[in-house]
Design a protein around this ligand. Structure first.
Ligand code: CS2
Ligand code: MG
Length: 409
């Protein structure tokens, strides 16, 4: 079998997606997701201008060799653009290998280690009544684990609050990246947030009881000592996890957080290689690995990362917002079903138009996802539908503190 074509398909139903479609001389095709929110075209160029010419004529079955070739022959390693491009190729090749084998990808990854994949959904509110309604809505949709995000008095726009209006007039629901010529500026005040959040979780526990798994995303906004304080203040509410409590480029920063709290910690959605986790995993400083297959070099690299984490009893918590395409989500679900150290899977359903472009066979029922049993990863791309939605420039927002200082968004 030989690769005879590799097409980079850019489409913008509901939001921008970058999809690589690899075709073999046997007519077997494989799809890979290379979507990097707010920087999509950089991956398009990396693929079209640098990687695609290297794929033509290669044996699609030599996945590890192709991975190493793309990672090492580039000379310049790591980084979000490179690793998203490599991920797109890697997942497309696993899709082809599983289709050629006539089985769903999870069977090639060692078979199912569970009957279903626990998913968590995004509930949010500008105030408690709206938040409670959002939690009830997600429970009615079948979610059995809920992420809680809330507005903060004195702050105009906060990450993750679905009902707040975006600068481009659309509701936040579907997408934080906004179709505006420049990034929207939002405001932030960590002390106001730290005063407000524990009371919100107390109210949620009083309303919904002690059992419901609750998650929260700090979205990289606290210093290590602020994160330690929040983790401690939230201990009475028994969170499933506190995510991205502090920027973790300096992995040692989590030592201070760990010293002060037993609230489980999840980190890694902005990471793109195992190297970003070495200290965090070796020193037991986190409990969940948050990387996405799409941003961490694909199935080949993610499996190695999760195998490393397993040695330290650290579990998966794969990133799954709407800027991970249905292809990237499907790839994650096959991995989720096969690995032993599975923790939980984020699941933000895609929009109606996206589901017209990507035909998916994964299912969500009674709180659990399943990748389906189609050969391959189980997603097909309707190229005619994709062509109806050309790329639209969009940016993620950024933050400024009250004194004008740029802050983590
Ligand atoms: C978030 C993401 O889902 C999450 O945990 O952190 O929604 C994140 O903001 C987006 O993926 C950014 O593109
Ligand atoms: Mg997050």
């Amino acid at each position: 079998m030989k690769i005879v074509a590799a097409d980079v398909i850019v489409s913008s139903p509901d939001r921008n997606f970058v999809t690589l479609k690899i075709t073999t001389d046997d007519g077997v095709t494989g799809l890979g997701d290379g979507t990097l929110n707010g920087r999509e075209l950089s991956v398009v160029s990396y693929l079209r201008d640098h990687v695609v010419p290297l794929l033509i004529g290669r044996d699609p079955h030599r996945i590890e060799d192709t991975w190493q070739f793309l990672y090492r022959s580039a000379y310049w390693r790591r980084g979000p653009v490179t690793m998203a491009a490599i991920a797109a190729v890697d997942v497309a090749l696993w899709d082809i290998k599983a289709k050629a084998a006539g089985m769903p990808l999870y069977q090639l990854l060692g078979g199912a280690s569970r009957t279903g994949i626990m998913a968590y959904g995004h509930a949010s509110g500008r105030d408690l009544p709206e938040l409670f309604d959002s939690i009830r809505t997600h429970l009615a949709l079948g979610y059995r684990s809920i992420r809680v995000q809330t507005s903060v008095p004195g702050i105009n726009a906060v990450y993750g609050v679905a009902a707040q209006p975006n600068a481009d007039g659309r509701r936040y629901d579907y997408e934080p990246a906004q179709r505006t010529p420049l990034p929207a500026e939002e405001d932030w005040d960590t002390r106001a947030y730290l005063r407000h959040l524990p009371g919100v979780f107390e109210a949620v526990r009083n309303e919904f009881g002690p059992e419901l798994p609750l998650l929260h995303d700090g979205h990289h906004r606290m210093t290590p000592i602020q994160a330690a304080r929040l983790g401690k203040a939230l201990e009475p509410y028994d969170l499933f996890w506190l995510e991205d409590c502090t920027p973790a480029e300096n992995q040692e920063a989590l030592r201070l957080v760990r010293q002060h709290t037993t609230t489980p910690l999840a980190i890694g959605e902005v990471f793109n290689t195992v190297w970003d986790y070495q200290t965090l995993i070796r020193e037991q400083l986190i409990d969940y690995v948050r990387s996405a297959v799409t941003h961490t070099g694909g199935i080949t690299a993610m499996r190695k990362l999760l195998d490393f984490a397993a040695q330290y009893q650290i579990k998966s918590g794969i990133h799954g917002p709407t800027d991970i395409s249905p292809v990237g989500m499907a790839a994650a679900l096959h991995l989720d079903l096969a690995i032993h150290n599975f923790g939980i899977q984020e699941y933000m359903p895609h929009g109606r138009l996206t589901n017209e472009v990507f035909r998916q066979s994964f299912t969500f029922a009674d709180g659990y996802l399943h990748p389906g049993d189609q050969p391959g990863i189980g997603v097909e791309l309707d190229e005619q539908a994709a062509a109806r939605f050309p790329y639209v420039a969009a940016y993620l927002p950024f933050n400024r503190l009250k004194d004008g200082t740029v802050h983590d968004w």
